[in-house]
Write a protein that binds this ligand. Structure first.
Ligand code: UGA
Length: 429
């Protein structure tokens, strides 16, 4: 199928590369010329596992190319996927400026085209496609949805760090369709993905995405709440949640307690869902508490540290792991931001190390120390906080901590092994 993808962030690019690997003909559109040139020369503008190899393969097989010319890409395609970002505004509501722009560009191109389907993959709050996207497409194309063009909502469930795997092996595909004709086009694309397809209404598909992320965030905050009780009882939350996760009514995934959740999706999506609920005159108390637990959880590491070392002023604190999770350089809403902010305010000397995220973190905290490796960060440290579960940290042995001034080793993620490092102390274990 000929597909145009508008927006080459990690959703757009990974989706495009995934579709190209299945033999589709994909053209990726972005307004940034530099990004487009990189993609065309096989260099991904973001770091994502396997992306570089698969992008190179798709370029070589001529199944994927990138352009800044959206009109041309739309005209050449049967299906147009909107994959632009939907950031939050200052109140936590979603900012639709990129979606609006994409819809205007697509609408203008549709004016002179035969029937095509426009599908929204960007995460948009329920009612957006019907009350914002379709009216813009109709206005700019001069055509009616369902007649001149089709419309679908096709939410994505990709995780950073395993986005390509998630594109190629989804648990399910959700198609929210304006009408049967629109949904049939998407079903044709997804039928060889070997996953169940759920066809539903557009508004339902929009809410599935938010309810999904909201529940995953709730699961983690719940584990963190149980974890805080575990810590006081002297038990390991992982032993507890292992038993809970064996109940067939749950799944064992996303029960890992720790220093709180972050990233570009959960914080933004839960905040937007809360705002939408309020707009609908509903007070979403559970979701608000899920966010509040998370906020407190992030700085619990520092409280824990103070219990162990007292005042942190002028103490050397090694912070290992800055990205919001391993295998990415993304630091958006990372727990490390709150932890470092609190340490800096209290006058600690922070020595941070991360295998990928230091360049981005330097923009947020230019005045803390960044080290070349773990050893340098640990040398003469009064304490060490492990904030992201990179594989590199899992390999640390007891002797790696010998150079510390005092052996205060606190984990915000389950990383170390008691057999290897007997003295570590976990946030919920
Ligand atoms: C999340 C969802 O998992 C994807 O399904 C969704 O498509 C994506 O948001 C999105 O909306 O685009 P992502 O933000 O990439 O994906 O990362 P996750 O792997 O879900 O992790 C999010 C945060 O939760 C991280 O800070 C991670 O450390 C934390 N987490 C995750 C836990 O604290 N415990 C867990 O058990 C799992």
């Amino acid at each position: 199928m000929k597909i145009a993808i508008i927006g080459t962030g990690y959703v757009g690019l990974c989706t495009g590369v995934g579709f190209a690997s299945k033999g589709n003909n994909v053209v990726c559109v972005d307004i940034e010329e530099e990004k487009v040139n990189k993609i065309n020369s096989g260099v991904p503008p973001i770091y994502e596992l396997d992306l570089e190899d698969m992008l190179k393969d798709s370029i070589k097989s001529k199944n994927l190319r990138a352009t800044t010319k959206s009109q041309e890409a739309v005209s050449a395609s049967e299906l147009i996927l909107i994959c632009v970002g939907t950031p939050s505004d200052e109140k936590g509501r979603i900012d639709l400026r990129y979606v609006n722009q994409a819809a205007q560009d697509i609408g203008t191109a549709l004016k002179d085209c035969d029937y095509k389907v426009v599908a929204v993959k960007s995460t948009v709050i329920p009612e957006t496609v019907e009350s914002v996207v379709i009216p813009i497409l109709e206005e700019y194309s001069g055509k009616k949805a369902g007649d001149g063009f089709g419309v679908c909502m096709n939410p994505e469930f990709l995780r950073e760090g395993s986005a390509l795997k998630d594109v190629l092996h989804p648990d399910r595909t959700v198609i929210g369709e304006f009408d049967k004709r629109s949904g049939d086009v998407l079903e044709r694309l997804y039928k060889n993905f070997n996953a169940p397809i759920l066809r539903t209404k557009i508004k339902v598909a929009e809410l599935i995405k938010y309810a999904n992320n909201g529940f995953l965030a709730t699961k983690i905050s719940y584990s963190n709440e149980i974890g805080n009780i575990c810590k006081r009882l002297g038990v390991d939350v992982y032993d507890v949640m292992k038993g809970v996760g064996m109940d067939h009514r749950f799944s064992p995934h996303f029960f890992s307690a720790g220093a709180g959740w972050g990233g570009s999706c959960f914080p933004k999506d839960v905040a937007a869902l809360i705002e939408k609920a309020k707009e609908l005159n509903y007070e979403p108390k559970l979701l608000e508490e899920v966010v509040a637990i998370n906020k407190r959880q992030k700085v619990r590491m520092v409280e824990h540290l103070e219990k162990r070392v007292g005042d942190v002023k002028d103490k050397k604190i090694s912070v290992l792991g800055l990205s919001f999770k391993p295998n990415t350089d993304d630091i958006r809403e990372a727990s490390s931001l709150d932890i470092i902010k609190s340490l800096v305010e209290k006058g600690a000397n922070v020595f941070a190390y991360d295998p990928q995220a230091m360049e981005l973190m330097k923009r947020e905290f230019p005045h803390i120390n960044y080290t070349e490796n773990v050893a340098e960060s640990l040398k003469d440290a009064d304490a060490c906080l492990i904030v992201t579960e990179w594989d590199e940290f899992k390999k640390l042995k007891n002797e790696d901590f010998d150079s510390m001034k005092t052996r205060v080793i606190l984990e915000g993620r389950k990383v170390l092994n008691k057999d290897d490092v007997p003295e570590f102390d976990g946030i919920c274990w």
